[in-house]
Design a protein around this ligand. Structure first.
Ligand SMILES: Nc1ncnc2c1ncn2[C@@H]1O[C@H](COP(=O)(O)OP(=O)(O)OP(=O)(O)O)[C@@H](O)[C@H]1O
Length: 254
């Protein structure tokens, strides 16, 4: 089992945001979590990536119980994530944004930085090389010297992907990766997710764009009021009575 949650639960006071969710994230696949607003999708992400401690239940990563590990420890195991909004240094170049983002996660300390030790210089070069490599992967080499303020919304999303990929993750959690961009650009990002999977990276995403997710995802979990109401392939999900009811009145064709 790659990633598995067992009866994962998060309560905020009297509200059960995630309720005893059992789910497995399949290695080398595109896994998606969908559900109406407030269903518990982001909370589930935060539990698996260690940003929240569960009220009860467990998270396993490659057989290891990671339930109580802090986010930085989970990240070093090969788990990366993006957030709904990525704050870039607008007056820095795209390349510098990725270098800095990556450096924050590498090993040399302030002492190394001030004295510009050998280790610092070596790491600086490694970070730069890595940043160039991931920018090439997300197809942003042509804008790497542009200031972040000048790139498009879709390009900013690609920078967020690059930041996550710079840590050489085995799995990437993408929180609404296509929010706020137009349908044409959405297709480009979907293709990028497929490219990640081809490279051997497992993808798990939260998404509201149903048409896209039905085409893209290998496996889907549907949450509603914190509970898993369905799990399966696109076809299984589209024909599931509980899912249809949860979305009635909502816009499932967005
Ligand atoms: N830190 C928090 N403190 C209190 N309640 C919270 C907190 N985070 C989330 N909630 C509540 O938990 C429930 C689930 O929220 P969550 O953000 O996980 O849903 P979601 O499915 O990601 O929603 P959306 O699609 O709107 O982003 C909601 O009722 C929300 O108000």
């Amino acid at each position: 089992m790659f990633i598995e949650t067992r009866k994962l639960t998060k309560k905020f006071g009297g509200l059960v945001a995630v309720n005893e969710v059992d789910f497995t994230i399949e290695k080398g696949k595109i896994n998606a979590i969908i559900g109406p607003n407030g269903a518990g999708k982001s909370t589930f992400f935060n539990l698996v990536s260690g940003s929240y401690t569960p009220s009860s239940g467990q998270v396993f990563y490659k057989g290891k119980d990671i339930t109580k590990l802090p986010p930085n420890k989970i990240a070093t195991l090969g788990v990366a994530r993006t957030f709904q909004t990525t704050n870039l240094f607008e007056q820095s170049t795209v390349l510098d944004n990725v270098i800095v983002g990556h450096r924050l996660r590498t090993r040399s300390n302030l002492f190394d930085a001030v004295l510009r030790t050998k280790r610092y210089k070596e790491e600086e070069k490694k970070c730069r090389d890595k940043a160039m490599e991931v920018l090439d992967f997300v197809e942003l080499t042509h804008v790497r010297d542009e200031l972040a303020v000048n790139i498009s919304q879709e390009e900013k999303k690609r920078v967020a992907f690059a930041l996550a990929l710079a840590t050489d993750p085995e799995v990437v959690f993408l929180d609404e990766p296509t929010a706020g961009i137009n349908p044409g650009e959405t297709e480009g990002l979907a293709a990028l997710m497929e490219k990640m999977v081809k490279r051997g990276i497992t993808v798990c995403l939260i998404e509201h764009k149903m048409k896209m997710i039905m085409k893209l995802a290998d496996k889907i979990m549907v949450l509603n009021y914190g509970e898993k109401i369905a799990e399966g392939t696109s076809e299984e999900i589209m024909n599931d009575q509980a899912v249809i009811e949860a979305y009635l009145g909502g816009d499932a064709s967005a």
